[in-house]
Write a protein that binds this ligand. Structure first.
Ligand code: DAH
Length: 336
């Protein structure tokens, strides 16, 4: 191109800009880049013509050409980014997959789920205890030996460790064998006087049968105050049973050995002409209070651990504990 003036530069700028605007694929854009700025490109040859421009004008034109080239390249890159984004979005749209499964016909007709019977009983118990001034607290299922045993006055050499067949992890933790593991955790966190209940899942290495499961639920209860006696304990437990079953349930206290209470009891309830073992309880052992950082000279407490699974079975007349964790829809639907 021998002849150059401001108009011709402007013209080529407009042309290339228009072309960029109208392009809709990265491939076409790349072709335009080559045909404009490549070795034999239209803009390149315009620049080559610079040497034929009159010397007094050359500087001015040179600057303008460079500026124009920069602007066009910027515009081109912007367009490339835009096209890239569009391409990705398009692919995403195309590759979208439906990760939901069609639901079974059987489920569709009765598609409202329901709470598990153990959850129903747990919620009921929580409500009762909240009304009685207790708080609901929680603890981990994978627990340290310390909270599951040691802090409950069960040292590692103690034969009481054999009372509960325990799952150990290879990192030295245990799957908590009872919700009593939450006792010292709660004592550490809360200042007395305190009242807590702690429902949760527990595990034991059991031989399975109609009344033994490796996974089951308990609810721990604990009250610490200046003066706490066995009659407080009996009062709260009787209230609980009355609320759950809707009548005054007959109970019986037997001495029971649990290292974390002194004295300790087992409470049986009278159902269908039989005494049924219902829960373990007692007055919190001073050592346990001390483990929780509480002065056992000033404070006393009671504790109980009730089998939520067992209570659920009694409440709904379930004859085999294995139904509870079995995941059988036919069983579960009865509670909706
Ligand atoms: N943790 C005991 C168990 O699982 C039950 C129990 C007994 C809990 C006495 C207590 C208690 O809080 O005082 O067999």
């Amino acid at each position: 191109m021998g002849y150059m003036d401001l108009d011709s530069i402007n013209k080529i700028k407009l042309t290339i800009e228009n072309q960029i605007s109208n392009i809709s694929s990265i491939k076409d854009l790349e072709e335009l880049r080559i045909s404009s700025f490549g070795k034999k490109g239209s803009f390149t040859s315009l620049m080559k013509g610079l040497k034929e421009v009159r010397e007094d004008k050359r500087k001015e034109f040179g600057a303008l050409l460079n500026k124009t080239k920069k602007e066009l390249e910027y515009f081109l890159n912007e367009k490339r980014e835009k096209l890239k984004k569009e391409k990705i979005l398009k692919e995403l749209k195309k590759e979208w997959i439906d990760v939901t499964l069609p639901i079974y016909e059987e489920t569709k007709t009765n598609s409202v789920g329901s709470l598990h019977p153990e959850s129903l009983v747990r919620e009921e118990l929580e409500k009762i205890f909240l009304r009685l001034g207790f708080s609901v607290v929680d603890g981990p299922e994978v627990e340290s030996e310390y909270y599951n045993f040691e802090a409950l006055n069960v040292p590692s050499s103690h034969p009481a460790r054999d009372m509960q067949d325990t799952f150990f992890t290879n990192l030295g933790s245990v799957l908590r064998t009872h919700t009593s593991s939450i006792q010292v955790r709660a004592l550490e966190k809360l200042d007395p006087p305190l009242r807590i209940v702690a429902p949760g899942r527990c595990y034991r290495c059991e031989r399975l049968d109609a009344s033994h499961e490796h996974t089951f639920y308990q609810m721990e209860g604990m009250m610490v105050d200046k003066v706490v006696s066995v009659s407080h304990l009996v009062y709260f437990l009787k209230t609980l049973l009355r609320e759950i079953f809707g009548y005054e349930v007959k109970i019986r206290l037997r001495p029971g050995y649990f290292p974390f209470v002194e004295p300790g009891f087992e409470i049986d309830t009278w159902f269908n002409g039989k005494w049924l073992e219902m829960l373990g309880c007692g007055l919190v052992h001073p050592k346990v209070l001390e483990y929780g950082g509480i002065d056992s000279g000033k404070w006393q407490g009671f504790a109980f651990g009730i089998g939520l699974s067992r209570l659920t079975m009694l409440r709904y007349q379930i004859d085999d504990i294995r139904h509870l964790q079995g995941g059988n829809l036919k069983f579960l639907k009865q509670f909706s």
